[in-house]
Write a protein that binds this ligand. Sequence first.
Ligand code: AMP
Length: 228
Amino acid sequence: MRIILLGPPGAGKGTQAKLLKDNFKLSHISTGDLLRKAVADNMTIGKTVKGYMDKGDLVPDSLVVELLKEKLASKDTNGGFILDGFPRNVSQAEILDKAFKEKNLNIDYVIYLKADEPVIIQRLSGRRVCSKCQANFHVTNMPPKKKGICDNCGSSLYQRTDDQEEAIRNRLKVYLKETASLIGYYLNQKKLVEMDANFEAPVVFDKLKNVLSNSTKISLPGAFKERA
Ligand code: AMP
């Protein structure tokens, strides 16, 4: 199964991707994670992309595509994958379509996680990330057992620079300007499934599992909304 998770920052793409990965044994490909790793590892590409990322701007397509292609070429994606954070604009979607066509592959689902702005801002501004294992916490929605410390590995938690208010506002603007048009793009391809992602992660995931299990044997009639 090959799935794209689409939606604004803070809709829960990363969280749902991790749940899908564990439940469906898929590889989780997050371009944000690949880029953050390139920065952390001090790679040449990392030095170029950091400024864009800190402000919440999109990194140039050629750089993200380079990292993504490398990842897609690895064996661990053969059993299916979830793309989280890619594509982010129509030009990236076209590059992906072309690359898949050449390999005779296709995307099975594009899950559009829809969330309201106050929910998004609350989620992003309270997010804390482990500096070592990258596990995610939230100051109120999912606090660690010990304040500021990762439950999994005991390292310190930090707030991403782009989770500060000014960058969050910019990310939302960028989403509306660049990414939201992908809803129409995948609607035309009859691959879009819209889901209300304002609920807590386990509730959204239950509905997502239902959609994936119930729609595997029917052809998608265009965009359809998950049933309440
Ligand atoms: P994310 O972890 O998906 O929120 O991504 C964090 C940041 O990485 C974004 O704000 C962008 O600066 C950059 N980024 C991630 N994916 C892409 C992409 N597909 N195209 C351009 N920039 C990206």
